[in-house]
Write a protein that binds this ligand. Structure first.
Ligand code: NOJ
Length: 546
C-alpha cells in the first residue's frame, strides 16, 4: 500500500467539526453555491458588445432556474482596462460601460426577490495608475498620496529583485525617474497598507456597497496588501509553473500584518445582515490559506488546488483531504473551485472533446458533493471549451507582457451563448461586435438548446444543484474520503442520511456497490453489474445508501 493511500484510508474527516458547536446554525455562505459572473461577457443590454448590469439583471431568471445561491460579479468599477477591470480608478462607482450605481442597486434588489445574493469583487492590493491618488503622487512626490504607494528615489537599479506576476520586473519608473512597485502590470501600482489612509478608504468602500444591499465581497489578492517592511530581496523568483506563491517569495506575500485587515473587515461585515468575505489566497501551503479564514477573519478563502490538479484520483484525493483537514482545523467551510476567469476552461484542461467533457461532468459532480461551499464559473454549466482567440483580438496583459509566450486568459473570458440566433443572443443588437470574438459554432453550446436536452451539461448542473439541495448531507455532512486505485469515493453522513459520490478517474470500468438508489450520474450509460453498477471511465455517480 502506497503512503498516499495509507494516508487517505486513515482520513475519516469530520468536515464540519466546529460548525455544530460554536457557529450559529448554518449561515448561508457555509454551503452556498456561488456563480461567478464575468460581467463583460455575460449579457449585453445596451447593444455595444460589452456585457453590463442590466444585461445580467435580465438573466436573473436563468440563474434562479439553474439553482445557485449567490452571484459574485467580477470588478464593475471605472477602470483603466489594463487587467480586465482589476485596475480600479474609483472604488465607489460603476464603470459607465456597465451602467451606474442605481443599476447595481436594482440588480441587487431583483436578485434578492428571486433568492439570489450578490457579492462584489474588491481589489485592495493595487489601484489603477489613473486613480486620483496615483495621479497626485506622480505630480507631487511630497504629497500625502505618494505615501499610499511604494515609491523609491531615482537610482540605477530597482530597489529589490521582485518580479511582476505577469512577467518582467515589479518596478517601473515614473517620468521623473522614481521607482514604483507593481506586482501585476505597471498600470496597477501596489498600495502601501502601512499608511492608515489606505485602510480607512477601503473601509468606506465596504460600507458604501454594503449600504446598497450587497451580501459581501470576493477579495482580490487577499494574501498581498502588506509587503516586507524593508522591501528586502526575495530568496527566489516567481515562476508561472509553480503551484502557488511559496517561500521563494516570502518578502512579497503573506505578511502577518494582513490578518488584522481581515479582522477589521470581518467586524464591518458583522454589522450587516449576513454579509460575507471570500478571499483569493493563492499560497502554495493550504494550511496558510486556511489561516485567512479563522473565525474572526475572512468567512472563506478559496481552495484552488482542484483547479490546478491533473485528472488523477491520487491528486484529487490529496487535494480534497488536505483542504478538508486544513479548513476543518480553523472551523471554516472549504470553498471549492474548479474553474475561474484566470484558468483554462476545464473541458479543455481535462483533454478537450468527448473525454474532456466527460471528465468535466464527473468533476462537477465531485465538487458539488463535497462539504462546504462551491464556486461555478459562468459558462462552465454549458461545457464551454477554451476559445481560440486570435492574437490580434487578445486583451490579457499576460499575453503581451510575456511577449506572446503565455497564451493569456482571454480564451476563458469569451461571451456567453444564449441562443442559436446570429450573435448567439449575447447582445440585444445581433450586429454588435462582441468585445472578444465568439467562435462561430458556439450556438451548439447555447443555453436555449441545452435547456431542452436532457443529456446536456446544463441539465446535469441543474439536476446536481437540485439534488444537492434535496440531500443536505452532501454540503453539510461529515465526509470521509477514500481512494482505491483510480476510484475516489466521498461518503457523507448528515441530515439526509448517508450519501456517496464515486468517481472513476481511470481508463477501465469499475463495479460500484449500490445498496440504495442512484441519485444522479454524469453518464446515461450506467448498467447494473451483479448487485452493483458498472461505472465507466471518467464518470461519477451520486448514491443514497438509505
Ligand atoms: C486575481 C484576479 O483573479 C486576476 O484576474 C487579476 O489579474 C489579479 N488578481 C490582479 O488583480
Amino acid at each position: 500500500m502506497g503512503n498516499m493511500l495509507a494516508r487517505l484510508l486513515r482520513a475519516a474527516i469530520p468536515a464540519q467539526r466546529v460548525a455544530t458547536t460554536a457557529a450559529p446554525r448554518s449561515p448561508w455562505w457555509r454551503t452556498a453555491v456561488v456563480y461567478q459572473v464575468y460581467l463583460r461577457s455575460f449579457a449585453d443590454a445596451d447593444g455595444n458588445g460589452i456585457g453590463d448590469l442590466q444585461g445580467l439583471r435580465s438573466r436573473l431568471p436563468y440563474l434562479a432556474w439553474l439553482g445557485v445561491d449567490a452571484l459574485w460579479i467580477n470588478p464593475h468599477y471605472p477602470s483603466g482596462g489594463a487587467d480586465g477591470g482589476y485596475d480600479v480608478i474609483d472604488y465607489r462607482a460603476v464603470d459607465p460601460e456597465y451602467g451606474d450605481v442605481a443599476d447595481l442597486e436594482q440588480l441587487v434588489a431583483d436578485a434578492r426577490r428571486v433568492g439570489l445574493r450578490v457579492i462584489l469583487d474588491v481589489v485592495p492590493n493595487h489601484t489603477s495608475d489613473q486613480h486620483p491618488w496615483f495621479q497626485e503622487a506622480l505630480a507631487d512626490p511630497s504629497s500625502a498620496a505618494a505615501s499610499r504607494y511604494h515609491f523609491a528615489p531615482p537610482s540605477e537599479e530597482p530597489p529589490n529583485n521582485w518580479r511582476s506576476l505577469f512577467g518582467g520586473p515589479a518596478w517601473s519608473r515614473t517620468p521623473d525617474g522614481r521607482w514604483y512597485l507593481h506586482l501585476f502590470t505597471p498600470e496597477q501600482p501596489d498600495l502601501n497598507w502601512r499608511d492608515p489612509a489606505v485602510a480607512e478608504d477601503f473601509e468606506r468602500t465596504l460600507r458604501f456597497w454594503l449600504d446598497r444591499g450587497v451580501s459581501g465581497f470576493r477579495v482580490d489578492v487577499a494574501y498581498g496588501l502588506f509587503k516586507d517592511a524593508d522591501l528586502r530581496d526575495n530568496p527566489g523568483t516567481y515562476s508561472p509553473t509553480l503551484f502557488g506563491h511559496g517561500p521563494e517569495q516570502a518578502m512579497t506575500w503573506n505578511q502577518p500584518e494582513v490578518h488584522d485587515v481581515w479582522r477589521r473587515w470581518r467586524a464591518i461585515c458583522d454589522e450587516y445582515d449576513e454579509a460575507m468575505l471570500v478571499g483569493e489566497v493563492s499560497l502554495a501551503d493550504v494550511g496558510q490559506v486556511a489561516l485567512y479564514s479563522r473565525p474572526d477573519e475572512l468567512h472563506q478563502s478559496l481552495a484552488f488546488r482542484l483547479l490546478k490538479s491533473p485528472w488523477s484520483a491520487e491528486d484529487y484525493a490529496e487535494a480534497v483531504v488536505e483542504a478538508l483537514d486544513a479548513f476543518g482545523e480553523v472551523g471554516a467551510p472549504v470553498s471549492w473551485v474548479l474553474s475561474n476567469h484566470d484558468k483554462e476552461r476545464k473541458v479543455t484542461r481535462f483533454g478537450g472533446g468527448d473525454v474532456g467533457t466527460a471528465r468535466a461532468r464527473a468533476a462537477v459532480l465531485l465538487m458539488l458533493a463535497l462539504p462546504g461551499s462551491a464556486y461555478v464559473y459562468a459558462g462552465d454549466e454549458l461545457g464551454l471549451p477554451q476559445a481560440a482567440v486570435p492574437d490580434e483580438a487578445k486583451r490579457d496583459p499576460i499575453f503581451f507582457r510575456s511577449g506572446g509566450l503565455r497564451a493569456g486568459r482571454d480564451g476563458c473570458r469569451v461571451p456567453m451563448p444564449w441562443n442559436e440566433t446570429r450573435g448567439v443572443g449575447f447582445s440585444t443588437d445581433p450586429d454588435a461586435r462582441p468585445w472578444l470574438p465568439i467562435p462561430e459554432d458556439w450556438g451548439r453550446y447555447a443555453v436555449s438548446r441545452q435547456a431542452r436536452d436532457g443529456g446536456s451539461m446544463l441539465t446535469l448542473y441543474r439536476r446536481a444543484l437540485a439534488q444537492r439541495r434535496a440531500h443536505p448531507s452532501f454540503a453539510e455532512g461529515e465526509a470521509s474520503v477514500s481512494r482505491q486505485g483510480d476510484v475516489l469515493t466521498v461518503r457523507s453522513v448528515g441530515p439526509s442520511g448517508t450519501v456517496r459520490c464515486v468517481v472513476n478517474m481511470g481508463s477501465q470500468p469499475v463495479v460500484v456497490r449500490c445498496p440504495g438508489s442512484v441519485l444522479l450520474s454524469s453518464t446515461t450509460r450506467l448498467p447494473r453489474s451483479g448487485d452493483g453498477l458498472a461505472l465507466p471511465p471518467d464518470t461519477a455517480v451520486w448514491l443514497s445508501e438509505d
